[in-house]
Design a protein around this ligand. Structure first.
Ligand SMILES: [Zn+2]
Length: 301
């Protein structure tokens, strides 16, 4: 069996220490981590589906509500730290939207999505030149069909919630914790839950995670690193302890391979196809993930 650990919301605001305290046991054993990184996080983002529309808790309190964007490349300590990890094969970066505004990729605005992908990719490639960047993760895990098609056209693989697939006739049958090779040459991964959350009892989080570890052949563990320090505390508590125990469980499994989205191959073929991606059928996949020509003229890497 395989496991992929995907941590969301690494950004300008993330300290190396916050990641080290969670993932050093993996890195000590040479095991890799996928970080879904926000290229230029906006600090004034409300979570509309929560009562009272709070500011997104991935933004530290001193910055909340400021009408500014914070490019990740301006956190040089973090970039140096993660590039060193990338050179050791311990970190893979995923593109996590652009500014992490509320459900920014649920949009059908083609030009806006293309611009965000082009600029987001440029920022992350400049910040992390040594890290693989092949997979897209939508902010709030919501993505429109339009955006999904463009993400694939840009050459990205996708990890997403099955909620985004239910309206697509070709893929509505796909459940969580799946990985597929698609006909368009990309890969599709699904994961529906964050097993470790401050909204649940830490012991229950651990029990749920252990159950998934027993039942899934491809376990994609979604985390938010900031949840373990909620709300931006320097100290960690019982949830961190549950995570630490779960990591021990992972490391104790001789049959478990911890991998990444880019490295996870030998996936079954999913024969369904998105309506507008038919032209990519049988198109060989390139290693460079070059965006289409139209996007390149917009400044793509
Ligand atoms: Zn996020």
């Amino acid at each position: 069996m395989k496991a992929i650990i995907r941590d969301d919301d690494t950004s300008f605001f993330t300290s190396p220490t916050a990641l080290e305290r969670l993932y050093q046991p993996l890195w000590d054993r040479g095991l890799p981590l996928c970080l879904a990184a926000i290229p230029s996080q906006c600090a004034n983002v409300h979570v509309d589906y929560r009562p009272g529309r709070p500011i997104d808790p991935s933004i530290p309190p001193p910055y909340r509500g400021l009408d500014e964007e914070y490019p990740i490349v301006d956190n040089q300590e973090l970039c140096a730290f993660l590039n060193e990890k990338a050179r050791q094969g311990l970190v893979e970066i995923c593109l996590h939207g652009f500014s992490h505004t509320y459900m920014e990729f649920l949009s059908d605005d083609t030009r806006l999505i293309e611009r965000k992908l082009t600029q987001g990719k440029q920022i992350l490639q400049a910040a992390f030149p040594d890290a693989p960047l092949t997979t897209f993760v939508a902010p709030y895990d919501r993505i429109s069909q339009t955006a999904m098609e463009i993400v694939f056209d840009f050459g990205f693989d996708l990890c997403t919630k099955t909620e985004n697939l239910t309206s697509l006739p070709a893929w509505s049958h796909i459940g969580p914790y799946q990985g597929y090779q698609l006909r368009n040459g990309r890969k599709l991964f699904t994961s529906d839950e964050y097993l470790f959350t401050h909204r649940e009892d830490p012991d229950v989080c651990l029990q749920n995670a252990r159950r998934r570890l027993e039942s899934e052949s491809l376990l994609i563990v979604n985390n938010h690193y900031w949840i373990f320090y909620f709300d931006w505390s320097d100290s960690v508590g019982a949830l961190h302890e549950s995570w630490r125990v779960f990591v021990d469980d992972l490391l104790a499994r001789p049959d478990l391979q911890i991998t990444t989205f880019a490295r996870c191959d030998d996936l079954p073929l999913e024969p369904g196809d998105l309506a507008h991606s038919a032209q990519h059928v049988d198109e060989p996949r390139t290693g460079s993930h070059a965006p289409p020509a139209a996007a390149q003229t917009g400044g793509g890497a």
